[in-house]
Each structure stands twice: as C-alpha cells, then as structure tokens.
Write a protein that binds this ligand. Structure first.
Ligand code: NAI
Length: 333
C-alpha cells in the first residue's frame, strides 16, 4: 500500500517508520497541510494519512476520489475537519485513532492549570535573573476548588482522576454520563450550574455544530468572577473575542489554551522572525494571565507510538476488507 502522509513533521516520520517495520507499507511524507490546491499530490497513492488541520472538505475528498485514493486514515481523535457525509457517499472509508493516550492530554491540561495558578513560567525567568521576590506570583490551593468538566469521555475522565487526587470538587456536564466519572465521586449538573459554580472550567468535548462557540459572551457572563478557563480540545469551542472581553473585564482570571480557532495558519510551524497578522492571537498573547501552547496535548512518546500503531493497523484492516472498529464512515447513514 502506498500512503501519503500530510502535515508530516520529523516526529511523525520517526514513529510511523518504527511501526511500519511490521507492515512494510510505502510511506511518503509531505510537510504541507492537505488542501484543494495540493490534492494533486495524492495521485498514485492508495491512502491518505492526515492530521488535525488538514482540509478534508467535500472538494478535497472529490479530488482524492478522482485520484483513486481508497482510504483516509486520520492520525488523531478529532475529525471536525472531515466531511464524513461526502466521504461516505464517495465510498471513501475514514478511520481515526479514537483513544491513544487520554492521559497525555489530561496531564497537559494539568500543566496549564498549575502553571497559570502558580506562575512557574514567570518564576523560572525571575530566578534566572536573580530576582527572588514573590510579588505577582500568588496562587491558590487547588485542594477544595470546584472544577467544571465539559465532556467526561476518555480525556475528561483522565483529567477528573488527576483532579480528584488534588482534592478538587468535581462537577461536569455531558449529554452521555460516564459511570466511571460518577464512581470517582463526580457529579453531573446542567451547564448553567457548571458555569456559576466552577472555579476552573476545562473543555473536553468534541467540536461539532452543537458545541461551536459553547463558551461565548453569554456563557462567560454566567461564570464566577475570577474563573480560570482551559481549552485543550478544539479552538472552535470558544469565541476568542468573548474570551478577550472577559480577560479585559477581569472576569476571567486565567486562560490556558492548547488549541486556537485559527490555529491552522500558525501551529506546527516556525513563525519566529515573521510578523503574525492574526490580531486576536496577538491580543491574547499580550495578557500576562494567558498561556498558549501549540496543540501539544497529545505530544508524548507513548501517545505517538500508539497513534502510529493504530493508524497503520486501521489501514491494514481496511485493505484486508476486515471490519474496523475505528471507522467513522460506518456510523453515517
Ligand atoms: P471522547 O469521545 O472520549 O469524549 C468526548 C465526550 O464529550 C463524550 O463523553 C461526549 O458525550 C461529550 N460531549 C459531546 N458533545 C458535548 C457537549 N456539547 N457538551 C458536553 N459534552 C459533550 O473524546 P476524548 O478522547 O475525550 O477527546 C475529547 C476531545 O479532545 C476531542 O474531540 C479532541 O477535540 C480533543 N483532543 C485534543 C488533543 C490535543 O492534543 N490537545 C488530542 C486528542 C483529542
């Protein structure tokens, strides 16, 4: 099987090559994001392996089909960038990696919470400058604080387990309650209550039509004064303009983002030395209480090993005409 790997970074190559020793597929790596303009590159390939910011909208899928691509393998969990209805109608099966290491993203969520709270990023710089003053570094105990989780699937649950260890009170909203979360001692509440009661709100739900801009001006207005908001899921879950207004009014005390709505223009590439034209991103960067990381929640050795293994196994299933439990197009009627 010939596989075209898009948005390929050196680490993708490293982990895919390691796993491919068991499969012997022919892998070609393109560092570009897949889009309509470069879909020609897929000519002669049996499968396309794509990531979070590749464009798999209807026009691109049509081109892939015309180039006789047979399978699409997402090497990620989220699939908001794939038009599944079109893929199904074109008989282009799409597979993904639903869970590789929920702990990787959960642990990164905690890294954002702890850094924002105890300001270790600022302390590091101060101590290196031989400045040992503590003014401005004041934090709060996580113990006893109420954390609101939006989404209690794999990552939400892994995050809840860690927060439970910190002695936090857990409340959550999810249309499909998870018994494992309840057995941890967590409670489900309506979104309204989650907004009004949480000291920290952390997002762990997928981006879809129902969750787009879930955190907007109206929901922020219902949150506690001084709330901390963390988003390690997808940028489109939050309205960036509303976040900026919330930061300016001091309603939001701290904001941690591993994802950003316009991230496809920025993330996974080196823009140092260039001028960034995104005014909203630059405004976010100007706040001392905002911490942004470039979609690295998944970025651990364990997760990359799992992603590579599951991606290639998914393709082996499809090529062998075997049922694949990670196929997304199955669920489309
Ligand atoms: P999952 O499918 O196990 O859990 C998602 C949960 O969200 C489910 O329980 C579902 O019922 C719930 N949900 C759906 N719509 C909701 C809504 N409107 N409000 C509240 N809950 C809702 O998914 P998993 O593995 O926990 O991943 C969650 C998200 O994390 C993914 O969709 C992806 O966007 C993001 N992610 C981010 C990564 C990163 O590197 N930062 C890496 C992997 C995933």
């Amino acid at each position: 099987m010939r596989i075209a790997v898009f948005s390929a970074q050196p680490y993708d190559k490293q982990f895919l090559e390691q796993e491919n020793s068991q499969h012997g597929y022919e892998l070609s790596y393109f560092d570009q994001q897949l889009n309509e303009a470069n879909a020609e590159l897929c000519k002669g390939f049996d499968a396309v392996c794509a990531f979070v910011n590749d464009d798999l909208s209807a026009p691109v899928l049509n081109r892939l089909k015309a180039h006789r691509v047979k399978f699409i393998a997402m090497r990620c969990a989220g699939f908001n960038n794939v038009d599944l209805v079109t893929a199904k109608s074109l008989e282009l099966p799409v597979v993904r990696v639903p869970a590789y290491s929920p702990e990787a993203v959960a642990e990164h969520t905690l890294a954002l919470i702890l850094t924002l709270n105890r300001k270790t990023h600022r302390a590091y710089n101060r101590v290196r400058e031989s400045n040992f003053t503590l003014n401005g570094l004041l934090g709060f105990n996580l113990h006893g604080k109420t954390v609101g989780l939006i989404g209690t699937g794999q990552i939400g649950l892994a995050t809840a387990k860690i927060l439970n260890g910190f002695g936090c009170k857990l409340i959550a909203y999810d249309p499909y309650p998870n018994p494992e979360y309840v057995s941890l001692g967590g409670h489900y509440v309506e979104l309204e209550q989650l907004y009004s009661r949480s000291d920290i709100i952390t997002l762990h739900c997928p981006l879809n039509e129902g969750s787009y801009h879930l955190v907007d001006e109206a929901s922020i207005s219902r949150m506690k004064e001084g709330v901390m908001i963390i988003n390690t899921s997808r940028g489109g879950l939050v309205d960036t303009k509303a976040l900026i207004a919330g930061l300016k009014s001091r309603k939001i005390q701290a904001l941690g983002l591993d994802v950003y709505e316009q991230e496809s223009q920025l993330f996974f590439h080196d823009h140092s030395g260039k001028i960034i034209d995104d005014e909203l991103f630059e405004r976010l960067q100007s706040f001392p209480n905002v911490l942004i990381t470039g979609h690295q929640g998944f970025f651990t050795e364990e997760a990359l090993t799992q992603i590579a293994a599951i991606t290639l196994n998914n393709l082996t299933c499809l090529a062998g005409d075997q049922p694949c439990e990670n196929e997304l197009t199955h669920a489309i009627s």
